[in-house]
Design a binder for this molecule. Sequence first.
Ligand code: AMP
Ligand code: MG
Length: 401
Amino acid sequence: MLSVSEAQAIIRDRAKPLPAVATLLAPDCLGLVLAEDIAADVDMPPFDKALMDGYAVRVEDLEEGRAILQVVDEVTAGQMPRCPVSRGRAVRIMTGAPVPEGAEAVVIVERTRPLDEKSVLIEDRPAKVGQNILCRGKEMRQGEVILSRGTVLRPQELALLASVGRPWVNAHPRPVAAVLPTGDELVEPDEVPGPGQIRNSNGPLLEAQVQRAGSHPYSLGIGRDRPDHLQALIGEGLKRSMLVLSGGVSAGKLDLVPGILRELGVEPHFHKVEMKPGKPVFFGSRGETLVFGLPGNPVSSLVCFELFVRPAIRRQAGHQDIGPTIVRAKLLEDFAYLSDRPTYHPAWLTSTDEGWQVQPTPWFGSSDMRGLLQANAFVLLPAGTACHRGGQLFSVLKVDD
Ligand code: AMP
Ligand code: MG
């Protein structure tokens, strides 16, 4: 049987970044990945700029730090200076305003006292050339590449794009992942389950995971364990960049999903991975659409999503780093647990001065979603070991960031 890392390698090979599209920049672009290099269209700052409110002066007038200077002009942000600064003269200047010609430094207003309309007393240390001035082009030069393809958009990237006159960019779009929980036993959350029925919790689970991974969820409702019904819904889901199914992939009588996927032209890449929970997980593709069949047990669905689906979403979204995030953490105490498969056990992961520490949380197995309320991670317990030793390092899958 395939190991988790072999399965992840197969997914990495198949998942391709979605073609870039011109995207109008707005807050909902946060997290998108740039698909082009961006050059500055202006020098920044576009002029020598005052960084403080005060007086623009020549340093020769302030060799002692103290002088009375003639005030010849005042310049505020958005204006251009009207007169240069020459020996014995100063210009009153505000933060963000262009520094007048001849001025070499700005003395902050707190170190000055106006004597009358036309003169100012300065009592400061000796002035240095460039003091409180940001020279033209210091932050960026016109034509210089300031953002490269592959950059993930955060608020600061959006601000920088605005400042270089880019209200739109070529970016990889968010993938759309269709979500299809399947099972005759499922009823909607607002229904009261009849005999033998349970509520569909995987729908909300997977749609939320899709959203958290940076993709748009597209709900297909509940698929029933009937070929015609599944065919119609799966056909609809295959029109998106990704289709995520839950249930119907194991070896039961009504586990119809892999057969129907095949009939609809989905090429299988793997079915079954050496892990617990989640062993029957299926991965295939049709054209550029990736298809995941996750086992129906809620915790299996959740773990398989984080290990396999989320990295695929991130690849389609254009990310270089597609995860999942695995850290090495010290097990706090001895933990008795034996399985014939490597197990992702719910756990609480904390960052301490001595590094990551992890503590498994109580859990009743792959259907026990409630047990996950006390968990923020999964500790990977190797197969065939009855007692996992406190103080030793284990791999831990982070899921809550
Ligand atoms: P299956 O993979 O279809 O054999 O389902 C395995 C287990 O997961 C069964 O106990 C199902 O009732 C349960 N299950 C399947 N789908 C869902 C769902 N959407 N929400 C909650 N539990 C589910
Ligand atoms: Mg089922």
